[in-house]
Design a binder for this molecule. Structure first.
Ligand SMILES: Nc1ncnc2c1ncn2[C@@H]1O[C@H](COP(=O)(O)OP(=O)(O)OP(=O)(O)O)[C@@H](O)[C@H]1O
Ligand SMILES: [Mg+2]
Length: 259
């Protein structure tokens, strides 16, 4: 298992009224080739900030980022970043939104369109290509944003709460679509989620952030017998991981409340 991406001693502060607020402090993590890593931690602990640093949109105050052993500024160009809010352009249709990336990569229009239509079909969005984002439900918009991230064929997908606005049924379905897509195309995924259940079901590893400023508190290796999102949730080891993570994050489960 070789290392693809490495963060070493990353620190980041933001200016506030009377000084600076340290958000990330001495954060180190390793992402392997074809890894599926979830990052969990309390709201405001800096998960999106870490993604912005990985994507090269924000510069860390100190620390090193290495991609396949080389020190780099940020993995821009190698990552597809699906931001926390879907950020589709309202004046562009679904298809025009999806084709933005391929246009920037100079992919021939016909090829890009065919590819886009295939994605729309497999994500259950056939027939929406000429709609504008405001005509779609939140869940449909998230699917379009996910397609837009996948279609540029990045090495690493950074997904910031991609399924948070979805009903449970759609979420399970899309988790399956995502797992299948990343296994077929051999992608690395880094996922930020508030949903411990989702982190355990999808990931090979779960990274727990904590402290002020945040750093890696603990890394869990997840070993379940299946990678299907529904199968994973009924794996005999699932609930053990779930409870350990809840305890680590200090989330009170009803069992603990009752005792
Ligand atoms: N550009 C910025 N300027 C100033 N402060 C910022 C900036 N970006 C983030 N912050 C602050 O840094 C902290 C971490 O923000 P971040 O968005 O990374 O948290 P998060 O873990 O993604 O939270 P959530 O789970 O709610 O999405 C917050 O206190 C936020 O207000
Ligand atoms: Mg965030």
């Amino acid at each position: 298992m070789s290392t693809q991406l490495e963060l070493i001693g990353v620190e980041k502060s933001f200016p506030i009224k009377d000084g600076v607020r340290p958000v990330i402090g001495g954060l180190s993590m390793t992402i392997n080739e074809q890894d599926f890593v979830s990052i969990v931690g309390p709201s405001g602990c800096g998960k999106t900030t870490i993604f912005n640093i990985m994507a090269g949109l924000l510069e860390p105050d100190s620390g090193i980022i290495k991609y396949r052993g080389q020190i780099i500024e940020g993995v821009r160009g190698k990552v597809g970043y699906m931001m926390q809010r879907d950020l589709l352009f309202p004046w562009r249709t679904v298809l025009e939104n999806i084709l933005l990336g391929p246009q920037m990569q100079n992919i021939p229009e016909r090829e890009a369109k065919e590819n886009a239509m295939e994605y729309l079909y497999s994500f259950g969005l056939a027939g929406t290509e000429n709609s504008y984002p405001k005509m779609l439900s939140g869940g449909m918009r998230q699917r379009v944003a996910l397609i837009r991230t996948l279609i540029t064929n990045p090495d690493i997908l950074l997904l910031d709460e991609p399924f948070s606005a979805l009903d449970y049924q759609t979420r399970l379905y899309l988790e399956g679509v995502l797992i299948e897509a990343v296994e077929t195309f051999k992608k690395t995924v880094i996922l930020v989620t508030h949903d411990i259940d989702e982190a355990v079901a999808l990931s090979k590893r779960v990274v727990v952030l904590g402290g002020r400023p945040s750093s890696v508190k603990k890394v869990y290796d997840i070993n379940l017998n299946t990678r299907s999102p529904i199968g994973a949730r009924s794996d005999p080891n699932f609930s053990g991981y779930f409870h350990d993570l809840c305890a680590e994050l200090d989330i009170q489960t009803s069992e603990r409340n009752a005792s």
